[in-house]
Design a binder for this molecule. Structure first.
Ligand SMILES: [Zn+2]
Ligand SMILES: [Zn+2]
Length: 524
């Protein structure tokens, strides 16, 4: 995964080269009014991007390219060439074969109808070259429906997809290939066009070419704060980095942990408006309007060496501040606190310090990096829970600097939210009868995401947050981001239960369906 780390000078010298500017020349450059304005603006943008005050964010949307001459009219809507030979069997051929099959005198089925062996069929009809043709013929006899050709079915699917995409275009909604693929698969499931349709990458590519659809990435530049504030915050962050570096130098072998609250909430808004047709619409109403939806706060602990604490703290909000008598989902890897809301209080923070932060494995020397939440600034309160043997160094991130340097915010928590969002999309488009926002399901989701992110392969990813935040000097080895890995192309392979897969397990590297992985909580 790519996290932007920008060196202004590198960008400028690259631009100079790109524009053929000789930097050695001493000649004064004269700018007119408009050029000056543009140069000032660009220069400010580059400076702010380098310090992290300017955030670039990408949106994906689809556009139809009407100017392009003709989409690919030759495409036959087939998914993969040569994988399954196209059937060239006409209804007349099938009728003849069926008549011959039933005219068999030597063999009879249990209903007393004449049948013939596959060999006998094959020797009579050269095209009868496959056992599956026999099955097809029997099905044809039973249903009276001549089996449609695959490419005709896929053509219908392609056209349906185009119609739905037209709506999306008209609304200018965010849409990436991930959603496009889920949409195609969902239409196919609803209309039962072709059972084995996988919506391979090549099919999607050809579809886009045929219907002149292309993805467009829009980059937005957002300034995070006014220049003056930003400068002050940056100075504070620089001081923090230096202070922590000093502790590292004076305490060889010291570990560094970061804990940052994040939430799992009801599904995001954009997906809600997106799916608004037919059965999907009904589903959305149920998913979002119900009074029993919950939000929870998670407080994971991560370490600068890629460590993830085995226990996850979760705060659940319940109307009366306590769990219903029937209880709820529990796990030995989850410390659950209940309050009247999902927002942590001093008391529940105490439970976190006592039972999670200082309740399990604790290194003898530890730097604790926390944000400026008032309870996190009360170091005496935190220390009151720590074992006396621990050499504890607590640091707070200055207010407003979380997005600049908080390790969990830069990597971990974004992925937690991203995974939830992608799953919401999936539940919607695959018509999975599962309410992600129900209390127990939300708790299960939190535990499963925590289990996923604890995979060894994601350690460099967790460590990267500390590097990106400027607290660790060595860059972790390259890695694949959790979301990209678990929802990548391989995740669509069949699950061992034969249902369509949706998630690639980062530990056993096999693909699992929604039910096996997220409902029954796959472990390996
Ligand atoms: Zn596994
Ligand atoms: Zn399964």
């Amino acid at each position: 995964m790519y996290f932007p780390q920008i060196c202004g000078k590198t960008v400028v010298s690259h631009l100079a080269k790109n524009f053929g500017v000789d930097l050695a020349t001493k000649k004064e450059v004269l700018l007119n009014q408009e050029e000056k304005k543009l140069a000032d603006r660009l220069s400010l943008m580059i400076r702010m991007a380098a310090t992290g005050e300017l955030v670039m964010s990408d949106r994906h949307e689809l556009v139809r390219n009407e100017d392009e001459d003709g989409g690919d009219e030759d495409w036959d809507f087939e998914e993969e060439e040569g994988v399954e030979t196209k059937r060239e069997i006409s209804q007349k051929m099938l009728d003849e074969a069926l008549a011959f099959y039933r005219s068999g005198k030597r063999k009879r089925n249990h209903r007393g109808e004449g049948i013939r062996s596959f060999e006998s069929m094959k020797s009579r009809f050269r095209w009868f070259n496959n056992e599956s043709v026999l099955k097809l013929m029997i099905k044809y006899e039973r249903t009276g429906v001549f089996p449609a050709k695959r490419n005709i079915q896929l053509e219908k699917l392609a056209n349906d997809l185009n119609k739905e995409v037209e709506d999306i275009l008209n609304q200018g909604l965010q849409f990436s290939d991930f959603e496009l693929r889920e949409l195609a698969l969902s239409i196919n499931r609803e209309k039962k066009y072709w059972e084995k349709f996988k919506c391979s990458e090549s099919w999607l590519l050809k579809w886009k070419k045929r219907f002149r659809i292309c993805g467009r990435r829009i980059t937005e530049f957002v300034s995070t704060k006014t220049e003056r504030d930003a400068k002050k915050t940056l100075e504070l962050v620089e001081t923090l980095r230096k202070d922590i570096e000093t502790v590292f130098i004076n305490n060889p072998g010291i570990e560094m942990w970061n804990c940052d609250q994040t939430g799992l909430v009801k599904e995001s808004h954009s997906m809600r408006t997106l799916a608004r047709k037919g059965s999907r619409k009904v589903k959305i109403l149920v998913q979002s309007k119900s009074a029993t939806t919950h939000s929870i706060t998670l407080l994971p602990i991560i370490g600068c060496d890629g460590f993830q604490h085995e226990k996850l703290f979760v705060q659940l909000g319940e109307p009366k501040g306590r769990l219903p008598k029937s209880g709820c989902y529990t796990s030995s890897k989850m410390e659950l606190a209940v309050g009247t809301s999902h927002i942590m209080s001093r008391e529940t923070a105490g439970e976190f310090f006592k039972n999670v932060l200082f309740g399990g494995y604790i290194p003898p020397k530890l730097i604790l990096l926390l944000d400026s939440w008032p309870i996190f600034k009360d170091h005496a309160y935190i220390r009151s829970f720590a074992p006396p043997t621990v050499d504890l160094h607590i640091f707070n991130i200055p207010p407003g600097a979380t997005s600049l340097c908080q390790p969990a915010d830069l990597s971990y928590n974004r992925q937690v939210k991203g995974i939830q969002k992608q799953l919401t999309t999936m539940v919607l488009f695959r018509n999975i009868d599962y309410r992600l926002s129900a209390r127990d399901n939300l708790l299960k989701l939190a535990c499963q995401i925590h289990w996923v992110l604890g995979a060894v392969r994601f350690q460099p990813f967790i460590a990267y947050g500390f590097f990106q935040g400027g607290f660790v000097k060595t860059r972790p080895p390259p890695f694949e981001g959790p979301k990209q890995y678990i929802f990548g192309p391989k995740s669509y392979d069949s699950c061992s239960c034969s249902a369509q897969g949706c998630t690639l397990c980062p530990k056993c590297e096999k693909s699992y369906c929604f039910n096996c992985f997220w409902v029954n909580l796959h472990r390996c």
